[in-house]
Design a protein. Structure first.
Length: 151
């Protein structure tokens, strides 16, 4: 076992706390998306239309949980049900123009926050952070057999 693992665990816990606390900041968009909506919309935008079953499998969640989360997206007009573009029986969910707008607003807000935090980092340090976080996430995805599509 790596002796640094306890320190990494602590730093990841703190990172999660910092991310949660960012949601309380005053400069956030008025109609900020909930975390689950942001994650679902990001996945749909990256991968394209998906069924409830595909989303449940992708996230390792029960279909009823995903159904509740996507129902909220549908009610808010952030996603819509469409026939399967590949001709399958199950209807799929697709991000609407309003969903794209809200997702981009939230993403721009998050990126601006990161820019403030990393303002005194060098370009090389930011690139290294990006590389290491990507590697950590892809290792997690590999372990869970749930890869996240990347652009």
């Amino acid at each position: 076992m790596h002796e640094e693992l306890p320190q990494i665990e602590r730093e990841l816990m703190l990172l999660g706390r910092h991310a949660a606390m960012a949601a309380l900041r005053r400069d956030q968009p008025e109609d900020r998306l909930e975390r689950s909506a942001y994650t679902l919309l990001t996945r749909l935008r990256t991968q394209g239309p998906m069924s409830i079953g595909q989303l449940a499998e992708a996230f390792g969640l029960d279909a009823s949980t995903v159904n509740r989360q996507t129902a909220a997206l549908l009610r808010a007009g952030l996603a819509e049900r469409i026939p399967d573009p590949d001709g399958g029986v199950a209807r799929k969910l697709r991000v609407t123009a309003e969903g794209v707008r809200r997702l981009e607003l939230d993403r721009d807000w998050a990126i601006a926050g990161l820019a403030r935090v990393l303002t005194d980092w060098t370009d090389a340090e930011v690139a290294e952070l990006s590389r290491v976080l990507t590697r950590l996430n892809t290792s997690i995805e590999h372990t869970e057999a749930r890869p996240w599509p990347r652009l």
